[in-house]
Design a protein around this ligand. Structure first.
Ligand SMILES: [Zn+2]
Length: 48
């Protein structure tokens, strides 16, 4: 019996940021706007 290893290689499910609608990893700060759990925890400086 051989185990299917590709079952462990699935990418983490991305959620959509309610603030900027960008895909982000759940339980992480949104890299696009710095929001997490409804509040801004990172100051993301937009270029230009
Ligand atoms: Zn965001």
């Amino acid at each position: 019996m051989r185990r299917a290893y590709n079952s462990t290689l699935t990418l983490p499910q991305l959620s959509t940021c309610p603030q900027c609608a960008a895909p982000y990893v759940p339980h992480r700060v949104c890299p696009a706007c710095g929001f997490y759990k409804g509040r801004q925890v990172l100051t993301v400086t937009a270029g230009a």
